[in-house]
Design a protein around this ligand. Structure first.
Ligand code: SF4
Ligand code: SF4
Length: 351
């Protein structure tokens, strides 16, 4: 598939990419960190989005996710507000367009790939990495399943595989990081039939967004969402309607999550050092609670079975006693009948 120039801004070949970025680094809970200058991202322009769900299908395909409960060409799902899940890393929702009465307005949801991710700063085993390319990726092999990342994310993105009994993982959009480092587009961008999704260097995307707002001030809200929210994100948004009207938080401020955490914890220095220990303790307590609950459940089942067994034994013995009594009564009746027959015969013979 040829890559549309407008979908793929100022990017480079796979070979050049590795050399430019080199090794990825763990997200730093560091006040100086302002994001990687050459990192890439995606600009979502909802004025151009037609709500076709092709991006959802593209994501599903490249990430080999299970088929959705309602097929991708069934647009009735847009009527309800959906969240991302462990089986859908991106979803599109429909909103009334109060800004312009012409048509509804759509919002695509996925991980925003924060410059300084809250998920990474909350994770004490460092399962999340902010790559130099821009994506925030996750390593299931070190994850202990505490789900602090889910609580920390201001965009409610990480999802847990609750239906995986043995090795549940956190799931979220990776901006198709493996594809990006091969020089390919993220699955959703490739699948979008309009120019709603543009992939490229974050700084170029900001310029494109500014130009669009300048050229069409009546079409766009004068705000590039993600330029500064929570310290900035690699996924950026242009909107034809106020962001709060399409379910996006406008109360997040511009301070990155790790800085907020440092501010709170910095007031009590000892807590900074103890933080991983405390989190580990909370995790251990949670785990212990789960084990106790499991044991209690097993004991309850055992007692219930014992009770059922005793009740069954009692019923059986009562039934046997009853049967025995009935049998004795029947025998007595038969004996009585036989004696009566004998007496009758004797009487007839004697007469
Ligand atoms: S949107 Fe949430 S999950 Fe994605 S990088 Fe930011 S904090 Fe992490
Ligand atoms: S594929 Fe493009 S036009 Fe279709 S819903 Fe997704 S972002 Fe909108």
């Amino acid at each position: 598939m040829s890559i549309s120039r407008r979908k793929f801004i100022g990017w480079m070949s796979a070979a050049g990419l590795g050399a430019t970025f080199g090794k990825s680094a763990h997200a730093a809970a560091n006040k100086q960190f302002k994001g990687y200058p050459d990192s890439v991202g995606v600009l979502f322009d909802n004025v151009l989005c037609i709500g076709c769900r092709n991006c959802e299908a593209g994501c599903n395909k490249v990430n080999e996710l299970p088929p959705p409960s309602q097929p991708f060409d069934d647009l009735s799902v847009l009527a309800k507000k959906r969240r991302t899940s462990s089986k859908a890393y991106t979803v599109v929702n429909r909103y009334e367009n109060t800004h312009s009465k012409k048509s509804p307005i759509f919002r695509k949801i996925q991980c925003n790939h924060c410059l300084e991710p809250a998920c990474a700063s909350a994770c004490f085993v460092r399962a999340f990495t902010k790559t130099k390319e821009g994506a925030v990726v996750y390593d299931a092999s070190v994850c202990v399943g505490c789900r602090y990342c889910m609580i920390a994310c201001p965009f409610e993105i990480p999802a847990y595989e609750y239906d995986e009994p043995l090795t549940p993982r956190i799931r979220k959009c990776t901006m198709c990081h493996p594809r990006v480092i091969e020089g390919k587009l993220p699955g959703c961008v490739e699948a979008c039939p309009t120019e709603s999704l543009t992939f490229g260097k974050r700084k170029d995307l900001i310029n494109i967004a500014r130009e669009r707002i300048k050229k069409f001030p009546d079409r766009y809200v004068d705000h590039i969402y993600g330029e500064h929210e929570m310290g900035g994100t690699n996924w950026l948004y242009l909107s034809g309607a106020p962001y709060k009207e399409i379910g996006m938080r406008e109360d997040l401020g511009t301070v990155p999550a790790p800085e907020l955490t440092a501010g709170v914890l910095g007031a009590v220095p000892i807590v900074v050092g103890l933080w991983p220990v405390l989190l580990t303790g909370v995790y251990a307590m949670t785990k212990r609670k789960e084990q106790i609950a499991q044991k209690e459940k097993e004991q309850a089942v055992f007692h219930a079975l014992q009770k059922a067994d005793a009740a069954a034994q009692l019923k059986l013995s009562e039934a046997l006693t009853k049967a025995q009594k009935e049998k004795e009564v029947a025998i007595q009746k038969e004996v009585k009948k036989a004696l009566a027959e004998v007496q009758k015969v004797q009487k007839e013979e004697g007469s």
